[in-house]
Write a protein of this length. Structure first.
Lengths: 297, 404, 343
């Protein structure tokens, strides 16, 4: 086996991981910090892709890149206000079911609006073509997307870890009463986190669309991946999500050399292992969901 | 009123109310024909195009056969064999349908075939390509296979590929039985055409990302990629092959592809060699069918007749002709009438023949290349072949459905 | 409170009557397969509700038990009894084998609760789904196993749809009675207590993990049984039913009827769910939209389900009546007091 091919697959895995990270990070934040299992994350991801596909020929690549996440964020706002606020504090299962319902209904709406045929996004001019190094051909577009993903991740990291907003929200997660007492509006905070999660989902859709095609099922497809990565990495932890995403990306990429048939099952097996031995995930923090595991032993 | 009675009445009431929606007309005069195909989910647009073909065939017969009106009953198989077979069963049990057709997914089709065998109804698998439909173990006398099996499609093209595209083949196999069958037949031809297998990759159903596979293949020294991948995964694969510049390095042979998969791509992204079941420009008859699609169904996903449309049309036409020939709607008589039938006015340049011992429809099929052009004329026909010469022979597939 | 058991007050009597005459109802009766499926779902959702409604364990992988039950039935049928065609063995095998798997699984996750429990069940069932889809040699892969014909049971040929319907009716009826007995037994009471406050139950000396393991086993046995009956109903098995989104079907059917608060909830919910799914999908291509919305509306506004709503309405009426009576009495008393004053 050629060392070249292993290196390239590794590189490919890292890039894949970065893209997976962007896809999962919104879900992880909403789950860890907002404490809602947002199964509509996949739907917002799909909307991001479809809306981008629809408006970019009209207003251009970069304007669409900025406007689409805002639209998706708006959708997230609506979902949060109308539905999620009613399930805060209740059994998290309800959050899961209600967002699952939204996802199913929303996917159907996508089909009704945009039809059943798959859509395709063309590579924008600035990233067309391939790079050639040592007998390997690699598409420039992927590299560009991976860089964009990296920028998005860094921005989110800054937002949540460094900025004031992030600190307040995290505090709100551990002690909501205190935060309210300090004068912060908790419902508004939660709403904002959900919107951020939705914007991220939308951006992820834009990033993933040209790679994987745009079809109405893309939301449900991605959901499994997102929550597996989020759980393995630890809810609400950006570092955890990124690391978990990279691990899965690399395994998926290299797996083709070893046991391609079982690659599909690997994320689930990892998930089962994590849920058993480290339910908080690699870097997760105790959340309301974690409370139940504290009851054990 | 106590809890018990309330429970009972609520249940009963709701069930009866819902049940009343099931009011069916009595099956007297019209001949009911069932179409079970995907209306939602992965293959919805394939299903829609197929249904249009079926409608057009009914139209061609004047909407009636044996002096009785044709009543088409449709059901959504949701691309799920469980649901598809359940709906088929309902059509037979409740509506009294004795003739069914349609479908895109092989697993659904085989399931429906099983139901039809159990219930004694006739089933035409119109767009499913697995060779299981005409194979020992699955085939039964109530099932007819309109679409060509992978045996014909692959073996018909293998020689051309080896002569013109390359002799070092790398296989991409969609990891389920249909995918395996494509690769199997390609392997079957290796010796005959002087090609060699460089490697194979099995790709799970629902794969989004083919990057690692493509990198491996690009590095393998093969000059032909022989792929048997379906539906939506095919589109993602297609786009990514383009991204990775694979079309510049090697020839890509898609053993079975559909217009619906190539059309949505941008012209610069195309470039495969494809085994198709029909192309709208292959004959004057087909062009006319296509025009009817465009004019009659402006909201359809495509504005031309795809292979799905044609095979839907062909299946219904064959059925109606058989009913006419048999002079009765008795299922066994219709089966006998269909076995060995030759259909000359099949819109194609060569007639269709329904082989009696395996109930397989045989005919002449095109092998195309898709072009980097705008518009709807996206395939270039490279050559045609007669599936009679390439479908499995009796010795390869010892079956005799006429004897049952 | 020891009420004398009055059979006339027992909902099961009426349900039995209703389902007993179902094949003879004018229009509805032709849908025998649908009716049989409804019955199977009733038992299936009752078994599921032991976990969700009674013990508070949200299992999203129940479809896996059901699916494995179907596969076991199909495989045992093909392997062992192709000749004598007695279907007792395959169905029994399905229940036992799935029961054992359920015990094993229940043991492993006996200490998990809440959302972690749910997520582990999803993960496990997806792994099983992937195996079922890929292990073509055994499960037939995506083609599944088809062309199974029902044999006989105790000498009665069950290929006839009506006879099979009654066969299933009897089994479902017996199974439901057993489940009901379980819920009313001391074991069942502990389960209910577990749902409300596990710590207290532990302090009372019960090993809650063991109970969770046991209820999982019992639930699994019945789910496997239902899977087997389903396999024989349609003569085929496919992997699709093991996908976790399909497991969501039984969750919604149970919640719809009111499984969280009422034993009979799943029965109502399943019947409506099975029927509605058929009707909606044949009427409207985009029916998934309504299905999704139904999910949302039920969770938001009717988490206690239909029967829960019925109970609330009854309570309201009771309170109203009570208040009316009180007001009347008040008025009477005031009236009398008034008269007294005016004298």
């Amino acid at each position: 086996m050629n060392i070249n091919i292993i290196l390239v697959l590794l590189f490919n895995g890292v890039l894949l991981g970065l893209i997976y990270a962007v896809v999962s990070i919104g879900f992880s934040l909403v789950l860890g910090i907002g404490q809602v299992i947002n199964f509509a994350h996949g739907l917002l991801f799909a909307f991001g892709a479809y809306i981008f596909w629809y408006i970019s020929p009209i207003i251009g690549y970069w304007p669409a890149f900025i406007i689409t996440p805002l639209i998706v964020g708006g959708m997230g706002y609506l979902i949060e206000k109308l539905v999620i606020t009613r399930v805060y504090g209740q059994d998290p299962l309800f959050g899961l079911l209600v967002t699952l319902g939204i996802s199913l209904a929303g996917t159907e709406i996508i089909r009704m609006i945009w039809g059943k045929l798959t859509k395709v996004v063309s590579t924008p001019g600035f990233a067309a073509g391939q790079v050639h190094f040592a007998n390997i051909i690699y598409p420039k577009y992927r590299i560009a997307l991976a860089l964009i993903s990296l920028i998005i991740i860094l921005f989110v990291w800054w937002l949540m870890i460094r900025s004031n907003f992030g600190t307040i929200v995290k505090a709100g997660m551990t002690d909501s009463e205190m935060i309210s007492a300090l004068g912060h509006n908790l419902p508004v905070l939660r709403n904002r986190v959900f919107i951020i999660g939705s914007i991220l989902a939308g951006m992820a859709g834009i990033v993933a669309a040209p790679l994987w095609g745009i079809k109405s099922e893309m939301g449900t497809d991605i959901l499994m991946l997102a929550f597996t990565i989020a759980l393995i990495g630890g809810l609400g932890s950006i570092k955890g999500t990124v690391i978990a995403a990279l691990v899965i990306g690399i395994i998926t990429s290299l797996g083709v050399l070893i046991i391609p048939r079982l690659v599909e099952a690997v994320p689930f097996i990892l998930l089962i292992a994590v849920l058993f031995y480290k339910p908080k995930g690699l870097y997760g923090e105790l959340t309301i969901l974690g409370e139940v595991t504290a009851r054990e032993k | 009123m106590n809890k018990v009675k309330v429970t009972f009445i609520v249940t009963l009431g709701l069930i009866i109310i819902l049940g009343c929606f099931f009011i069916t007309s009595s099956a007297a005069e019209p001949i009911k024909i069932g179409a079970v195909l995907p209306k939602s989910g992965n293959y919805a647009e394939h299903g829609e195009m197929e249904l249009i073909g079926i409608y057009l065939a009914v139209e061609d017969f004047g909407g009636e056969v044996l002096g009785r009106p044709i009543e088409l009953v449709e059901a959504d198989d949701e691309n799920n064999p469980d649901i598809g077979s359940r709906r088929a069963r309902n059509l037979i049990e409740v509506e009294g349908v004795k003739f069914l057709m349609g479908g895109v997914s092989s697993s659904v089709g085989l399931a429906i075939g099983g139901v039809c065998e159990e219930k004694g109804a006739l089933y035409l698998a119109t767009n499913q390509n697995s060779d299981d439909f005409a194979s020992v173990g699955y085939a039964n006398k109530y099932m007819f296979h309109v679409a060509p099996g992978m045996d014909s499609l692959v073996r018909g093209a293998a020689e051309y590929v080896a002569e013109n595209l390359g002799k070092k083949w790398y296989f991409i196999t969609h990891d389920y039985s249909w995918g395996h069958s494509g690769t199997k037949w390609a392997r079957n031809m290796l010796d005959q055409v002087g090609a060699e297998e460089i490697g194979e990759i099995k790709v799970p159903n629902g794969t989004r990302d083919f990057s690692s596979y493509l990198l491996t293949i690009a590095n393998s020294g093969a000059d032909v990629v022989a792929l048997t991948v379906g539906g939506l995964d095919l589109q993602a694969l297609y786009m990514q092959m383009n991204e990775f510049g694979l079309f510049d390095k090697m020839a890509v042979w898609c053993t079975l592809g559909n217009y619906e998969d190539s059309y949505p791509l941008n012209p610069e992204q195309r470039g495969m060699y494809i085994g198709v079941e029909a192309y709208w420009k292959e004959s004057p008859g087909m062009i006319e069918l296509s025009n009817r699609v465009k004019e009659g169904y402006p909201n359809a996903p495509l504005s031309v007749a795809s292979a799905n449309t044609y095979q839907g049309w062909l299946g219904m036409t064959a059925l109606l002709k058989a009913i006419e020939k048999a002079g009765t709607t008795d299922v066994d008589a219709v089966i006998k009438a269909m076995e060995g039938m030759v259909i000359c006015d099949n819109l194609r340049l060569e007639p269709t023949y329904i082989r009696p011992w395996d109930h397989q429809f045989l005919g002449v099929y095109p092998f195309v290349r898709d072009l980097q052009v705008e518009g709807v004329d996206i395939f270039e026909i490279l050559f045609t072949y007669d599936s009679k010469d390439y479908a499995r022979s009796l010795s390869e597939n010892p079956l005799d459905l006429t004897a049952e | 409170m020891n009420k004398q058991y009055n059979i006339l007050n027992d909902p099961f009597l009426y349900l039995l009557i209703f389902f007993g005459v179902f094949p003879f109802i004018p229009l509805l009766g032709k849908y025998l397969s649908l009716g049989t499926e409804m019955l199977i779902w009733i038992l299936y959702s009752l078994s599921f509700n032991l976990l969700l409604g009674y013990t508070g364990l949200p299992s999203f992988g129940h479809g896996a038990f059901y699916g494995i039950g179907s596969y076991v039935t199909a495989l045992v049928y093909l392997q062992f009894i192709n000749n004598s065609k007695n279907i007792f063995l395959p169905v029994l095998a399905a229940s036992l084998i799935v029961g054992m798997l359920a015990y094993f699984f229940g043991f492993i996750i006996r200490k998990k609760r809440g959302i972690y429990f749910a997520l582990i069940t999803v993960a496990f069932s997806q792994v099983l789904y992937i195996i079922a889809f890929k292990w073509t040699e055994v499960t037939g892969g995506e083609l599944g196993i088809t062309r199974l014909f029902r044999g006989q049971f105790l000498g009665i040929d069950l290929n006839n749809s009506t006879r099979y319907y009654y066969f299933v009716l009897i089994i479902v009826f017996l199974g439901s009675i057993i489940i009901r007995k379980i819920t009313l037994s001391p074991f069942g009471k502990v389960l209910k207590a577990l749902k409300q406050n596990e710590t207290r139950v532990q302090y009372l000396g019960y090993n809650s993990a063991k109970y969770c393991c046991y209820v999982m086993t019992i639930s699994g046995i019945f789910a496997g049984l239902c899977g087997g009956l389903y396999c024989l109903l349609y003569g085929a098995v496919f992997a699709d039913n093991m996908h976790w989104v399909k497991s969501g079907d039984v969750v919604i059917a149970t919640l719809l009827g009111g499984g969280m608060t009422n034993f009979y909830g799943p029965i109502v919910g399943s019947s409506i769910f099975v029927l509605a799914r058929e009707i909606l999908s044949s009427v409207w291509d985009n029916w998934m939209l309504l299905y999704g919305l139904a999910f949302v509306l039920i969770i938001l506004f009717m988490p206690t389900g239909l029967l829960g709503m019925v109970e609330r309405i009854k309570e309201k009426k009771h309170t109203e009546q009570f208040n009316n009576n009180n007001n009347k009495k008040k008025k009477d008393l005031e009236g009398i007091a008034h008269k007294e004053e005016n004298k």
